[in-house]
Design a protein around this ligand. Structure first.
Ligand code: SF4
Length: 164
């Protein structure tokens, strides 16, 4: 039932309230429509809708030779209307001011200073897809290989120190 929206009309709520108040003995359908001041057809429709929503039980009974229904509540209170599904709700986003992030990175200035791009005369014309392209630049490639070898040596030294 949780996924079905009940959408109870005011009249259905009134009817359900009367049926709940009638307790275990229930309320005859003919008494319901009289108390709601509606005709038997509307009374029957309301009872059917409440039964379909599993809020009441309809039991066929014979009273003074006439067939009618005894209505008993399956709930002890009128259910709250369910909230609108998430996807139908208007979503409002609040722009948050980004927090300052503190980066704790040690930069070896000696290494940065040796990047060939810092002194390259073509730096202003260099870019991906250009004639001067970092992806194909031999100077930058050489520097990267040198830096990688230096890092490898440093890593190996550290590993040796840990072992001994
Ligand atoms: S990538 Fe090569 S061409 Fe481009 S700025 Fe660096 S050194 Fe100069």
């Amino acid at each position: 039932m949780a996924s079905d929206r009940l959408n109870l009309s005011d009249l259905e709520k009134k009817a359900l309230k009367l049926i709940i108040e009638a307790g275990e003995k229930g309320l005859l359908q003919q008494d319901l429509w009289k108390r709601l001041n509606i005709d038997s057809r509307d009374g029957s429709r309301i009872a059917l809708r409440l039964a379909k929503k599993k809020l009441i039980h309809r039991e066929l009974v014979t009273v003074k030779g006439r067939k009618t229904y005894r209505l008993t509540a399956l709930v002890d209170h009128i259910p709250e209307e369910e909230e609108e599904p998430e996807e139908k709700k208007e979503v409002k986003y609040e722009r948050r001011v980004p927090r300052a992030i503190k980066l704790d990175v040690k930069v070896r200035m000696g290494l940065v200073a040796k990047i060939p791009c810092t002194v390259c005369p073509h730096a202003s014309k260099c870019g991906p897809g250009n004639f001067f392209d970092p992806a194909t630049c031999p100077k930058l490639n050489q520097w990267l290989q040198k830096a990688a070898r230096a890092l490898e040596r440093k890593g190996a030294k550290r590993a040796t120190r840990v072992q001994s």
